[in-house]
Design a protein around this ligand. Structure first.
Ligand code: FAD
Ligand code: FO1
Length: 487
């Protein structure tokens, strides 16, 4: 049963008084309002100033439920619509590799839709209240990320807007099934969330309405000083931008089409082979919200026929089930990036083995410079450092070896997250924190036969990789990875 609600007749001059109750935003026409949650208890006053979409995670125009909702709300109360992005000078260790990709992606136009875009330099807590009072904003819509920092940002802004009597409505525009609709608790594993997600999929996998030219004109010209934005950054410039990935929605959608045309058919069979080019390659555009995962799922699922069926199912499992499981974990477990976030059995087994003899112990500096005894591990590290994207299969091996070669599991998780967020273009993402804590602390995994250092945490080794793919061929691509071990 769809929970869409029909438009209440609040058109100007209608007999009924325009809706000003809290409920008014929940009766926006033809929109599944379970995608939304209100972050303070303020009402919206129709016919006042513009509706503001505070863009953060979902940095795109079309296929963006938050912007779609904001435009519907603005049309309902007959006011202009504008978009802002608050640029913070540093974010969880992001470097110029990340900010460059993000800012270039953000420059894709909104002007053609008569929706002014404002790039604000500073935190949302400072900038949003200034903007809303300056532009007499009547309501603010924001998107959603289940991480500590963005959750704090939206909480701070909700409080500031309450002082101005303005509502803040949050829309989960990143997930197909909104996190709060998929499950009301931390799920144990993919097998416990999979059926919940698939059951709700038909309700949420609906075609996106277009964001259209906005009728109610905003009379203040947009202001986006990109030079000033870049100058405001306080980021490490030693991790260079990548050349293989062109930022922006257009390039991301092109990547999606190329995946469907050239790699989808071998995705299932080859996605665990780092020597074959069979992954979608989409994670940087998905991480920055320049492309909607829902759009990818719809495009991939439109490919029918036995030759791609296994790959379509496999892509849906990864991009829908595994990804939304990561969102669920980070939303419900505030310790998503620490050993305390692991299950009791995992913490216990790692504790029992934390004093086991390590054959090798490396420092962060040795890991970062790919100076271990293992040529495959070094090659994976160099792929990440040089290209900003390590192959998905190798990420598991890479993180598990950090557990094996670090002085403690806590240290291992710290090192894995630090390197992942510093070099992966798709870093600082729920997928990354869960990828690291899955590998090192068995989150969403079961216990395996006990062994030194790992305890019951799933083990992976070099010989296992050799059985799966041509390790020598992969290592040869990264000459710096050679060690005495390399034959
Ligand atoms: P494809 O295999 O083409 O998958 C398509 C999409 O499905 C991905 O973009 C991603 O959104 C999703 N997906 C695929 N595999 C997973 C997975 N295991 N868990 C959750 N979602 C998945 N992913 C990130 O987005 N950012 C990270 O920082 C990150 N760090 C990781 C660290 C470790 C230690 C591990 C084990 C995994 C990590 N992953 C991370 C998950 C996964 O490896 C990447 O999403 C994937 O390799 C991205 O490349 P792709 O888009 O070409 O993947
Ligand atoms: N979100 C913002 O609203 N403002 C920023 O300046 C910003 C910088 C940034 C840099 C790297 C990065 O990976 C993400 C960044 N984000 C920023 C956060 C992003 O919008 C998402 O909220 C998080 O990445 C969670 O997925």
């Amino acid at each position: 049963m769809s929970r869409k609600r029909k438009l209440e007749d609040t058109s100007a001059g209608s007999a009924k008084k325009p809706a000003t109750s809290l409920a008014s935003w929940t009766t926006v026409e033809d929109f599944n309002i379970t995608r939304c949650r209100q972050l303070n208890d303020m009402h919206i006053e129709p016919f006042k100033g513009p509706v503001l979409y505070w863009m953060s995670r979902d940095q795109r125009v079309q296929d963006n439920w938050a912007l779609i909702f904001a435009q519907k709300l603005a049309n309902k109360v007959r006011v202009p619509l504008c978009v802002c992005f608050c640029l913070v000078s540093s974010f969880l260790g992001a470097t110029i590799r990340h900010y460059g990709f993000m800012l270039k992606g953000l420059q894709e136009e909104l002007r053609s839709l008569q929706i002014p875009f404002y790039l604000l330099c500073g935190t949302a807590k400072q900038q949003i209240p200034l903007f809303t009072s300056q532009h007499k904003v009547s309501a603010v819509v924001c998107d959603f990320a289940p991480l500590r920092v963005p959750l704090q940002w939206s909480k701070d802004v909700a409080g500031e807007l309450k002082k101005q009597g303005l509502p803040l409505i949050q829309v989960d525009s990143h997930n197909i099934v909104p996190v709060w609709e998929a499950s009301d608790k931390q799920e144990y594993a993919a097998r416990t969330i999979r059926s919940k997600l698939h059951k709700k999929l038909p309700e949420y996998l609906e075609e996106f309405p277009l964001v259209e030219k906005h009728l109610h004109k905003q009379d203040i010209p947009p202001s986006t000083d990109w030079q000033k934005a870049f100058a405001s950054l306080r980021v490490d410039k030693s991790v260079g931008e990548v050349s293989w990935a062109t930022p922006g929605t257009r390039a991301g959608l092109k990547k999606l089409e190329e995946f469907c045309d050239k790699r989808l058919k071998q995705f299932d069979a080859k996605r665990n082979d780092p020597t074959s080019d069979s992954l979608s390659g989409l994670s940087p555009w998905l991480h920055f919200g320049q492309v909607s995962t829902q759009r990818c799922i719809m495009r991939v699922s439109s490919h029918k026929g036995s030759s791609v069926a296994a790959s379509v199912a496999s892509f849906v499992e990864e991009a829908f089930v595994r990804r939304e499981l990561s969102e669920n974990f980070c939303f419900y477990n505030n310790n998503y990036d620490s050993i305390n976030g692991a299950a009791d059995w995992a913490r216990a087994t790692l504790q029992v083995h934390c004093k086991d003899k390590r054959d090798h112990v490396y420092t962060l500096e040795q890991f970062e410079n790919a100076r271990t005894h293992d040529d495959l591990w070094n090659a994976a590290q160099l792929q990440m450092v040089n290209e900003g994207k390590m192959h998905g299969f190798l990420r598991m091996y890479w993180a598990k070896k950090i557990l094996e070669w670090s002085s403690s599991p806590q240290k291992a998780l710290e090192i894995a997250i630090y390197l992942n967020d510093r070099y992966e273009l798709d870093g600082r993402d729920p997928n990354g924190y869960v990828g690291c804590i899955w590998s090192i602390c068995g989150v969403h995994d079961q216990g395996w036969s006990e062994r030194p250092v790992f305890g019951k945490i799933r083990y992976m080794n070099y010989a296992g990789c050799c059985r799966k793919f041509d390790v020598k061929k992969f290592v040869a691509r990264y000459p710096g990875s050679k060690t005495t071990k390399s034959k």
